[in-house]
Design a protein around this ligand. Structure first.
Ligand SMILES: [Zn+2]
Ligand SMILES: [Zn+2]
Length: 254
């Protein structure tokens, strides 16, 4: 399995428009963060987890020539608003793009991309094949089993995804106790860490480190960073053993 971090920034990305803070003016390429998303290549399947506003740029940067499916964690714009840019895949692959998500999330796809669901579609509109999933059933993309994990993003119930011994959890604030049984024996965990200061719907850095310790994956990569955390060079050396910052373009092989 190969995982490419397409983006590792929070909803505004880094740099933030018009901001002159130390993270936003950093020249370290690791501090340039597009909106959070990951590309997973497993058993011949190419899968995108979330499809935010930077999706086009991310596909071009990573030279992705085939996409088999998209899985959505939740309906916030930074995780799903790139779906219009699935059109080239519709064109070249001559098929509707499978998108997996909870019913509420798919209803939001229909609402925000209303023009894709009209009765007599005109040529060139995005074509989606929506499949509803839930937190209790494993689903399949090709021969790949995907285990959804219930998470809470503040008060919003959202999903994370486990594929074999890899698990991708973003926009987490809390995880229901019963879900931890799905998180045993992980080789790689991806987990969000927004900043140091408190936030109502995202884990802070210290909360993320506590959560990572509780889950106990062999390696944990943090993502979905705010510029408030500062340039990565100022804090990455303080992370405990086995915990690393992700950055855009980082590739992991499991
Ligand atoms: Zn800034
Ligand atoms: Zn987000």
């Amino acid at each position: 399995m190969k995982i490419t971090f397409l983006g590792t920034g929070t909803s505004q990305g880094i740099p933030v428009i018009a901001c002159t803070c130390s993270a936003c003016v950093s020249e370290n390429p690791k501090d340039k963060r597009l909106r959070t998303s990951a590309f997973v290549e497993v058993n011949g399947m190419n899968i995108c987890i979330d499809i935010g506003p930077d999706f086009r740029q991310q596909m071009l940067r990573e030279k992705v020539s085939r996409l088999d499916a998209v899985v959505l964690t939740h309906e916030h714009n930074d995780h799903m608003i790139g779906a219009d840019d699935l059109r080239p895949f519709n064109f070249f692959q001559k098929q509707d793009m499978p998108i997996f998500g909870e019913q509420r999330v798919l209803d939001e796809v229909k609402a925000r991309f209303q023009y894709a669901f009209i009765p007599h579609p005109y040529p060139g509109i995005p074509q989606f094949l929506l499949t509803t999933i839930n937190d209790s059933e494993v689903f399949k993309i090709g021969g790949v089993n995907i285990q959804p994990v219930r998470l809470h993003h503040g008060t919003l119930p959202i999903l994370g995804y486990r594929i074999e011994d890899f698990c991708y959890l973003t926009d987490v604030k809390t995880i229901p106790e019963e879900e931890f049984t799905k998180l045993k024996g992980l080789k790689v965990l991806v987990l969000n860490a927004l900043r140091r200061g408190p936030h109502h719907s995202h884990l802070t850095l210290s909360e993320a480190l506590d959560m990572a310790k509780k889950i106990g994956a062999e390696k944990t990569y943090l993502t979905h960073f705010s510029h408030d955390l500062g340039p990565v060079a100022e804090w990455e050396q303080d992370l405990p053993e086995g915990v690393f910052p992700a950055w855009d373009g980082l590739i992991l092989e499991i």
